[in-house]
Write a new protein. Structure first.
Length: 322
């Protein structure tokens, strides 16, 4: 490896990245620019990742067993497929992705190798990313985080008065819009699509994934990816203790109507958290996965946030959550 080591921190996990193509490292630094670090914090969880060009197919042991098979969303394209195998003879996990990469996790050594196809010779060191590596990054982060009991949820989050407030809801329900409105009123960004739930000293923590957001600009009907932190000159944080969970429901019509909260029961929180997270078959410890979400549901207030007129939104609504 001739590109050196790039350090990123996600959900309090230190990722050490190496690649034999400069374009991969350039892309990792771009995508995870707010997660970059110059040093490794003391007493940190550390996991190393090598991205290697694969000239031939990787041999998966004959005793492989299917752990998971399904779809995943990449950063560049959607509807990608994956096959996740485990081998008892090697103790390794092998994830075969439709984009052409094969991920090999060595949990005992806290090490992962991602085998990728070679680019054309003219592009090998041009700084251009390999699209299959770009699509692999979220899968890498998710599966490695699961080794250390950090679990992804399709949700947005902001930090307000020192605590994380999580907003769940299907795509198009207003998670990104709500985040941007909160940022304009002084909140710190923690992600608008995926966040991490985990436990620390018996309390639920939220970890950020600070990727570019997809937002309509100036009333356009077409959305584009923007760096919302730069665009709004907003603050951000990488992790924070959780204060509340809300499910967004838009008020239609909502002109002139204030947003309001409707308190829900813990069982409702469990149902929606499970629905918004990945299958337990995609986790390294399904029992701990369940425990984290049950603890979140039992200890954090859960509300439906009826999202009304944006012009009337007051971030103080979060202060009233009990």
């Amino acid at each position: 490896m001739d590109s050196g080591i790039t350090i990123t921190i996600v959900a309090d996990i230190v990722f050490l990245w190496e690649s034999d193509e400069n374009g991969d490292i350039t892309e990792i630094k771009r995508i995870f620019r707010y997660h970059l670090s110059d040093c490794i914090p003391q007493s940190s969880i550390t996991h190393s990742i090598e991205i290697r060009t694969c000239g031939s197919s990787i041999k998966i042991p004959d005793d492989k067993k299917v752990k998971w098979s399904g779809y995943y969303m990449g950063l560049a394209t959607g509807d990608n497929t994956m096959e996740w195998y485990n081998s008892s003879s090697t103790g390794l996990d092998y994830i075969v992705l439709s984009q052409g990469c094969i991920i090999v996790h060595d949990r005992k050594k806290s090490h992962t190798i991602c085998y990728a196809r070679a680019t054309e010779k003219s592009h090998a060191n041009s700084g251009k990313p390999r699209i299959e590596v770009e699509n692999t990054l979220v899968v890498l982060i998710h599966t490695i985080a699961s080794m250390y009991n950090r679990y992804t949820v399709h949700a947005a989050a902001v930090r307000h008065n020192g605590y994380a407030h999580v907003f769940m809801g299907r795509s198009g329900r207003g998670k990104t819009t709500l985040c941007t409105d909160c940022l304009r009123q002084g909140a710190e960004f923690m992600g608008d699509d995926l966040v991490f739930f985990y436990m620390e000293n018996g309390k639920i923590m939220i970890g950020s994934l600070l990727l570019d957001i997809k937002l309509a600009i100036d009333g356009s009907t077409h959305k584009r990816h923007i760096d919302i932190i730069k665009e709004l000159n907003a603050g951000y944080t990488l992790s924070a203790p959780a204060k509340s969970i809300s499910l967004i429901k838009q008020i239609i019509p909502h002109d002139g109507q204030k947003s309001y909260l409707e308190q829900q029961e813990p069982i409702d929180a469990i149902v929606h958290l499970f629905r918004a997270s990945n299958s337990p078959l995609m986790q390294y410890n399904p029992e701990q996965w369940q425990n984290v979400f049950q603890t979140a549901a039992e200890t954090l207030p859960y509300n439906i946030l009826h999202f009304g007129d944006r012009n009337l939104l007051d971030i103080k609504i979060l202060d009233g959550i009990r």
